[in-house]
Design a protein around this ligand. Structure first.
Ligand code: ZN
Length: 233
């Protein structure tokens, strides 16, 4: 009896573990594909306000030109703001709210480089990488928010100072690839994407960026080579 009970508890435990490990990400990814854009926008605005409350609209003309290169019927409008914090970082929240920190803005003096940063970040929104990252990172809260149809409760959970969303393997490469295409369609020089990555790499080196950042971007060299190749076609 005890043995049977033990097995039962073990099985239940494994079931919960299984749901947690495989089920929730699956639900998160599926949910990210179907949530309404307005829902994403509300969440993204709340996240942006929390991450960078003092950020001001910037790079507006570049944003509009890039939007001109998006496919017909694109439901996203982009709200790009620059924040004074010096970190070498940019943040794309679901729905189209993008924050560019001073460490990046100050290094992207040329219009084409600014466009390359945005073309990349916009893909995280368009391909719903950001929405998926939120759902994966906050799977349980997200599940309740969806069940209750209450986006504001999820916003309150998520906006607790999130400055980085953890994208999945392949998301960065997809964003780079699509950025090169978008740059071309919007009338920018697509080679600026690889140039932008070089600037980022050098900035990371000179600022002595924390090892975590480097270890989460081991593939930067490869991305530089790949975007250069794509732009050359
Ligand atoms: Zn990215």
């Amino acid at each position: 009896m005890l043995l049977a009970l033990g097995a039962l508890v073990g099985a239940a435990g494994f079931g919960v573990y299984g749901i947690w490990t495989w089920g929730l990400p699956w639900v998160a990814d599926a949910a990210a594909r179907v949530v309404p854009v307005e829902w994403e926008q509300k969440l993204g605005e709340a996240m942006m306000t929390s991450v960078a409350p003092g950020a001001q609209p910037c790079w507006g003309d570049v944003v509009r030109q890039l939007e001109g290169g998006l496919p017909e019927g694109n439901p996203y409008r982009f709200d790009v703001r620059c924040a004074a914090e010096k970190e070498v970082n940019a943040f794309a929240a679901p729905g189209g709210s993008i924050v560019v920190f001073e460490g990046i803005r100050s290094r992207m003096g040329r219009r084409e480089l600014a466009a390359a940063v945005l073309a990349h970040e916009m893909q995280h929104v368009l391909k719903r990488h950001s929405m998926r990252a939120v759902f994966r990172g906050f799977a349980l809260q997200a599940l309740f928010a969806v069940l209750l149809g209450d986006v504001s409760s999820l916003g309150a959970q998520v906006v607790g100072g999130v400055t980085a969303l953890h994208y999945q393997r392949g998301d960065e490469e997809e964003a780079d690839r699509e950025a090169v295409l978008l740059m071309t369609r919007a009338g920018f020089d697509p080679r600026a994407v690889s140039e932008m990555l070089v600037v980022l790499r050098d900035a990371t080196r000179e600022s002595g960026a924390p090892p975590e950042w480097l270890s989460s971007h081991p593939d930067l060299e490869r991305r530089i080579v790949e975007t250069r190749r794509l732009a050359g076609r």
